[in-house]
Design a protein around this ligand. Structure first.
Ligand code: HEM
Length: 347
């Protein structure tokens, strides 16, 4: 797949061309039971069979167009889905805008969500508008986000999997719920595991879902300490390949750099959803400390090695893990959820 850099980076600047030049040589349709507070909640692939049978195609028409017009929508939407599911469950609470004049900030205005790209919100807004025009008041924003994330995985070259549906949208969205639920670039494996386990996800899910960093970009602030002052040593992180270190330092000065600059997660194939992420972290080419840590920790290393060797294994595992992540804290019914017409506002 080829992209024009101009299209791709319409807003932010980038990148590491010299370094890149150096380097570049169904599953089950069955129902899932989500248990929370003892009540089983079921999602199903055919949830809208009677009420909006064409929902997947409607969303697909928007995501494919959006991908042509603004390819950054792909990584941005996959990340948006992750940040939705990890905070109060997959309930589209990430899409709510803070009410004008209100002191209660919504999730999307939390510090950890400030970098979520506009293109992701636009993709869901457009998809929701089209779905509402054909099936008014039926399909939740949370389901549309889950379908769009899957589409973008596929559009960038990753696996196709069926998305189970039936999520209701959440009634609350609070910025204060975000910090303790979203992992950070300098989190240790223990900290990552604690957060993933609190969502019902395993060590393997952590390794597999981190493979989403095979596409997309990170702002310098998330890794700049690794380049100049790793864990207070005033030295670079010894676990960075010296060529990557040099290239990243050129893009990201220790002080006073342009805050819009981003670097690709996957320095070998930045635009393809493949398993190169794992080979990279084995070769000290991880961008974030949290990525690199997965190839160094004896608990996660064996799976990193297996996924680096086997793209199909990664694709299968990723599809299954996205399904699992998409089932976190799902709400069903009007007691806990709502059906919004506009994803940015509560009813
Ligand atoms: C394991 C813990 C994780 C940490 C610490 C982490 C951290 C980050 C950070 C710091 C960024 C850069 C944001 C920016 O500067 O704009 C990022 C981007 C991204 N993350 Fe993660 N992430 C994690 C897990 C995940 C998971 C589970 C997924 C999805 C399944 C995911 C998908 C993405 C994608 C696709 C991007 C690129 C976004 C873009 O280019 O717009 N991440 N992540």
């Amino acid at each position: 797949m080829s992209f024009s850099y101009c299209t791709l980076f319409s807003t932010a600047l980038i990148f590491l061309p010299t370094f890149l030049a150096l380097l570049v040589p169904s599953f089950s349709n069955s129902l899932v039971n989500v248990t929370r507070g003892g009540t089983p909640r079921q999602l199903s692939v055919n949830f809208y069979a009677k009420t909006c049978p064409q929902v997947d195609q409607l969303v697909a028409s928007v995501t494919s167009e959006q991908f042509r017009e603004a390819p950054v929508s792909a990584p941005a939407t996959i990340r948006l889905f992750f940040h939705d599911c990890f905070v109060e469950g997959c309930d589209a609470s990430i899409l709510i805008s803070t009410r004008p004049g209100s002191n209660d900030l919504a999730e999307r205005d939390a510090e950890d969500n400030k970098d979520l790209a506009m293109e992701a919100f636009d993709s869901i807004k457009k998809a929701k508008a089209l779905v509402e025009s054909k099936c008014p008041g039926v399909v939740s924003c949370a389901d549309i986000l889950a379908i769009a994330a899957r589409d973008f995985v596929r559009l960038t070259g990753g696996p196709y999997y069926q998305v189970k549906k039936g999520r209701w949208d959440g009634k609350f969205s609070l910025a204060s719920s975000v910090p303790s639920n979203i992992p950070h670039a300098n989190s240790t494996v223990d900290e990552l595991l604690r957060i993933f386990k609190s969502k019902g996800l395993t060590l393997d899910d952590l390794v597999v879902l981190s493979g989403a960093h095979t596409i997309g970009f990170s702002h310098c602030k998330h890794f700049v300490n690794r380049l100049y002052n790793y864990r207070g040593t005033k030295q670079p992180d010894p676990a960075i390949d010296p060529r990557l270190l040099k290239a990243l330092k050129m893009s990201c000065p220790q002080f006073g750099g342009n805050t819009d600059v981003v670097a690709p997660f996957d320095v070998t194939t930045p635009f393809s959803f493949d398993n190169a992420y794992y080979g990279n972290i084995e070769s000290k080419l991880g961008l974030l400390a949290s990525d690199q840590a997965l190839s160094l920790d004896p608990r996660t290393m064996p799976l990193v090695q297996a996924l680096a060797k086997d793209k199909q294994k990664f694709f299968q595992a990723f599809a299954a893990a996205m399904d699992k992540m998409g089932s976190i804290g799902v709400k069903r019914g009007p007691r806990h959820g709502e059906r919004k017409r506009d994803c940015s506002m509560h009813l």
